[in-house]
Design a protein around this ligand. Structure first.
Ligand code: SF4
Length: 480
C-alpha cells in the first residue's frame, strides 16, 4: 500500500479510514493533495485500486481567522479524510454515521467546542458540514454533552476518582477484549492478588492525602469483581472503607457483571460496605446467545439476581446490553431490550458489538449483523429509552465497531454515573488500582497515563513497581 500526501500530512488519521475500507494486503495506492487559500480548502484525492483509478475533488469554505490552531488542524485533517472517504465509497459502500470524526469521544468534542465559544448552530455546522456526521448522531452527541454537564459541574475541586480492576472471570466470553483471565486458570492467584491489592488501596489513600485531595467516586470493575470468593470480596470492600473517607464518596460502584458470580452473601457484603451502585450485565436476554458466547447462566438467572438486589435495597442498578451479538437478529435484540426494561433498571448501557484483536470471536465463524440492522437496533433502543424517561449521558466509540456506531449509557436523570462521565470527559484525575487499570493524571495542559500490570501473576510479582508508580503521581503533581 502506498500513501503520498502533498500540502498536509494527515496519514495517521487517514489510515483509520483506509483500514475501514480496505484490507492491509489490498492492491491500493492513495494520493492526496491539500490546498488552503482564500478561505477555501481543496483536497484532490486519487485512489489506484486493482488497476483502476478513482478520484474525488473536495471543496469546503472555511475561515480560519480567529480559530484556535487545534480546531484549524482538526478541520484540515477532516477535509483530507472526507475526500478519501468520498473516493473510497466509489469502490465499497460502508456505513459511516460519524463521517470523518474518528475519535472515541464525540460528546467531548461537542462539549469542548461549546467551551471554546461555539454556539449550538456552529457546533452543528462543524459536526455535519465539516465532519459529515449524520444529523441524528450530531443531535445525540450534543444531547449527551448537555446532559453530562450537570454532573461535570458537580465534580468537587481536588477530588479524584478511584478505579479498582479485578481481572478475573469465571470463563472468558467469546467477544471479550477486556482485561480478564479465566478463573479456572488464574484462580490460584486470587488470594495473593487480593492481599497485594489491599496494600495498594492503603498506599493510594496515603498518596491522595498527601495531594490534599479526596476520593469522590470508587468504581470496582474488571473482569468480574464478583468472581472473587466471599472472603476476598469482603477483604477489598472492607479495605475501601478503612482507607478512604466514605462520607466524601458520592458514588461507589461494584460491577457484579455476570449472574453466575453473584450470591446473596456478595450482595449483602456490597450493601454492608456502602456500595451505592451495582451492575448486573446480561448483554443479551436470549439463552441461546448466552450459551453461544460462553456465558454459564440464563436470562432467568439475571432476572432473579436483579430482583434480589432490589430486595436488598440497591436503588441504582445498571444493566448492559450489546447490539449485534453474533447471529442475533433485530427481533432478538428487541426482545432483550424489552425484557431488561421490564425489570426497570436505573441505568442501561447499549453497547455496539466490537471485534477487537484480543477476542476469540475474531476467529470464530459467526455472522456479524449488517449495518442497516445495527442502525435499526440502536434506533429502537434509543426510542425506548427516551419513552421511559432515561436520558443519554455518556458515550464512546471504539475501533472495529460493527457498523461504525457507538456505545451509549441511558439513565434516569438522577441516576447518571459520575465515574462513567469522568472516564470519558477526562476532566478529573482517575487513580487506577489492581489489574489492568490505567491512571489518568489530569493537569492544566495534559493528561498523563500510568499503567498497572494486566496479568494477576505479573501484578503480584512486580508489586514493588506498582507502589513506586503510585509515588510517581506525587512527583507529577509536584508534591515530592
Ligand atoms: S464477563 Fe466481561 S470481562 Fe469477563 S470474560 Fe465476559 S466480557 Fe470479558
Amino acid at each position: 500500500m502506498v500513501i503520498v500526501q502533498n500540502g498536509l500530512d494527515s496519514e495517521r488519521g487517514l489510515k483509520t479510514f483506509i483500514n475501514m475500507f480496505f484490507k492491509t494486503d489490498d492492491d491500493l495506492s492513495v494520493f492526496s493533495d491539500f490546498n488552503y487559500s482564500n478561505k477555501i480548502i481543496n483536497v484532490y484525492t486519487v485512489l489506484y485500486y486493482e488497476n483502476k483509478k478513482y478520484t474525488d475533488d473536495y471543496y469546503l469554505n472555511f475561515d480560519s481567522e480567529g480559530r484556535s490552531e487545534n480546531l484549524i488542524n482538526k478541520v484540515f485533517r477532516a477535509a483530507c479524510a472526507n475526500s478519501f472517504v468520498h473516493a473510497a465509497m466509489k469502490i465499497h459502500k460502508i456505513n459511516l454515521p460519524w463521517g470523518s470524526m474518528c475519535g472515541i469521544r464525540p460528546a467531548k468534542n461537542a462539549r469542548e467546542m461549546a467551551e471554546d465559544g461555539s454556539n449550538d448552530d456552529e457546533i452543528e455546522y462543524i459536526f455535519e458540514k465539516i465532519y459529515e456526521v449524520s444529523p441524528e448522531k450530531t443531535r445525540l452527541a450534543m444531547t449527551v454533552a448537555k446532559n453530562e454537564q450537570k454532573i461535570l459541574n458537580e465534580i468537587g475541586k481536588n477530588s479524584v476518582s478511584i478505579y479498582i480492576g479485578i481481572p478475573f472471570c469465571p470463563t472468558r466470553c467469546l467477544y471479550c477484549s477486556f482485561v480478564s483471565t479465566d478463573m479456572r486458570v488464574s484462580g490460584k492467584y486470587m488470594n495473593a492478588f487480593c492481599d497485594k491489592l489491599v496494600l495498594e488501596i492503603k498506599k493510594t489513600a496515603e498518596v491522595i492525602k498527601r495531594l490534599g485531595a479526596f476520593a469522590e467516586s470508587v468504581y470496582i470493575g474488571g473482569g468480574t469483581p464478583t468472581s472473587l470468593d466471599n472472603e476476598n470480596l469482603e477483604k477489598i470492600l472492607s479495605a475501601v472503607n478503612e482507607y478512604f473517607d466514605l462520607k466524601k464518596i458520592k458514588e461507589f460502584t461494584l460491577e457484579a457483571g455476570r449472574a453466575d458470580t453473584i450470591t446473596d452473601e456478595k450482595l449483602a457484603a456490597a450493601k454492608k460496605y456502602g456500595v451505592t451502585r451495582i451492575s448486573v450485565n446480561p448483554q443479551t436476554m436470549n439463552d441461546k446467545t448466552l450459551k453461544r458466547v460462553g456465558r454459564k447462566h440464563t436470562a432467568q438467572d439475571v432476572k432473579d439476581i436483579f430482583l434480589k438486589a432490589r430486595e436488598i435495597g440497591f436503588d441504582n442498578i445498571n444493566m448492559d446490553l450489546i447490539a449485534g451479538l453474533p447471529d442475533e437478529s433485530f427481533e432478538d435484540f428487541k426482545y432483550s431490550v424489552d425484557e431488561v426494561l421490564k425489570l426497570d433498571p436505573d441505568d442501561i448501557t447499549i453497547h455496539t458489538m466490537c471485534v477487537k484483536h484480543g477476542a476469540r470471536l475474531k476467529n470464530a465463524e459467526l455472522e456479524f449483523t449488517e449495518s442497516k440492522t445495527m442502525n435499526r437496533m440502536l434506533e429502537y433502543a434509543q426510542e425506548k429509552m427516551k419513552n421511559t424517561g432515561r436520558i443519554p449521558y455518556y458515550m464512546y466509540r471504539q475501533k472495529n465497531m460493527v457498523g461504525n456506531l457507538e456505545n451509549v449509557g441511558y439513565a434516569y436523570p438522577d441516576k447518571m454515573c459520575s465515574y462513567n462521565i469522568s472516564i470519558m470527559e477526562e476532566t478529573q484525575t482517575i487513580i487506577a488500582l489492581g489489574g489492568g487499570g490505567s491512571t489518568k493524571i489530569v493537569t492544566d495542559d495534559d493528561i498523563i497515563r500510568i499503567y498497572n500490570y494486566k496479568d494477576p501473576k505479573e501484578y503480584i510479582e512486580k508489586f514493588e513497581n506498582i507502589l513506586e508508580k503510585k509515588d510517581e503521581i506525587l512527583k507529577l503533581k509536584g508534591v515530592i
